[in-house]
Design a protein around this ligand. Structure first.
Ligand code: NIG
Ligand code: FE
Length: 404
């Protein structure tokens, strides 16, 4: 034992999926240890098990008889933006479709204009409370995308804001190629591949490249070109696909072994079969179904077919103003028909796999000691609660960052 060992005790239930990506029926297979303890050493989990079998005489931290689960991973957010989409929201609830607003130069393009006009410091100040809200809801690692850059300088400005926020949060930065310019899209895609992606790779500002593959955004062929450039520059790759139309993005993502393909509201049997036969994680975003009134992504059918499903908030001003990763988990149970156990797996180890991370999200020895103490003695309150926060305390690398 060293001075940095802490034994967390008085845990009613210690609940965890197995480490690593879980597919199909294995997503529902959790370990639940009653009256448990958790030993943390230098920010990593050293031991978990029944309290009666806890090793050594480490300093004790009494958690008060509540359930403990892994810290959640939010694998899909657009937490950096300026301006707002409140006028779009009012129009949409009166019947104007999201895609029509985008086609008229509003929507994502209006967020691009506002974000393009903001400084890095302004973007950091706007994003900080959003990331704090996600962390308070249980997210200990969060993916954040660019994608509201009017030009390459603005894209890199967004990535620098994400980089600055990494001093306060565990973030994984993604370069999102979001919507093409209204003129000169061939030249734009060429410049993304030959200038932006190599620059971002050289400066280390992003780990992954994402593309919005959709009728109103990039074609499958353009997406393929961008993937080739990401691969050549040793960046991971993921896609927004099948949000409104299944135009082939999911099949491309599976063929190219993308880390994940995200959205899937319009996916059908062919896309479900492609995902089930691939190593690509199917990331579903129930906040979009709720906010835009889209069909729910086929979470149940994906798991039944044997796919690995992850869940994220997709926090963004246009399609998902969901500031709680726990709420995304709870919505996946209602809207996508995941069981509570599958939803916990989707928001932990499978979300980590969607980010290429294998060192966190399961409470087993050797993993980062990122975990949550709930308000409840029964972990299922995490999936049950709507509109209040069932997370009492958030621990990152064994240190509490939210007051008990
Ligand atoms: O994941 N659909 C594409 N991108 C985002 C929405 C961004 C926005 O509306 O500002 C999404 O839904
Ligand atoms: Fe998104």
């Amino acid at each position: 034992m060293t001075g940095t060992d802490t034994l967390f005790t008085n845990i009613s239930q210690l609940v965890t999926p197995r480490p690593g990506v879980q597919r199909g029926a294995a997503m529902g297979d959790l370990s639940v240890i009653p009256d448990a303890a958790l030993l943390v050493s230098d920010g990593r989990i050293r031991w978990v098990g029944p309290r009666a079998e806890a090793p050594g005489t480490a300093q004790e931290h009494d958690l008060g008889g509540v359930a403990v689960v892994p810290g959640l991973i939010d694998p899909h957010t657009h937490a950096v933006w300026a301006g707002n989409r409140l006028a779009d929201f009012e129009a949409r609830v009166q019947g104007v479709p999201y895609e029509d607003i985008l086609a008229r130069g509003g929507g994502i393009r209006s967020s691009m204009r506002a974000t393009g006009a903001a400084s890095v410091e302004e973007l950091v100040a706007l994003a900080r409370p959003r990331l704090q809200a996600l962390r308070t809801s249980g997210a200990t690692t969060t993916e954040v995308k660019s994608g509201y850059g009017l030009d390459f300088d603005a894209e890199q400005k967004m990535l620098r804001a994400i980089q600055a926020l990494q001093a306060e949060f565990h973030l994984t930065p993604t370069l999102l190629i979001h919507v093409p310019p209204t003129e000169g899209r061939t030249e734009y895609v060429r410049a993304v591949c030959e200038e932006l992606i190599p620059e971002v790779a050289n400066t280390g500002l992003a780990e992954t490249v994402d593309v919005f593959c959709e009728k109103e955004a990039f074609t499958v062929e353009e997406t393929r070109q961008i993937f080739v450039a990401a691969h050549a520059n040793e960046l991971h790759f993921k896609l927004h696909a099948d949000q409104f139309h299944a135009i082939g993005g999911t099949e491309l993502a599976c063929e190219l072994r993308a880390l994940s393909v995200d959205h899937l509201e319009a996916s059908g049997p062919a896309q479900i079969a492609a995902l089930a036969a691939s190593n690509t994680v199917a990331t579903i975003l129930p906040g979009v179904t709720l906010h835009l009134g889209l069909p729910a992504a086929p979470g149940r059918a994906l798991i039944d077919a044997g796919a690995a499903v992850a869940v994220g908030t997709d926090l963004n001003p246009g399609s998902s103003p969901v500031f709680s990763t726990q709420l995304a988990l709870a919505l996946a149970v209602r809207l996508n028909r995941l069981t509570p156990a599958e939803a916990l797996t989707a928001c932990t180890v499978n979300a980590a796999a969607a980010l290429g991370l294998g060192d966190r999200a399961a409470l087993v020895p050797g993993q980062r000691a990122d975990f949550l103490a709930l308000h409840s003695a029964d972990w299922r309150d995490l999936a049950y609660t709507l509109g209040a926060n069932p997370v009492r305390s958030v621990f990152v690398s064994g240190s509490g960052i939210q007051a008990l």
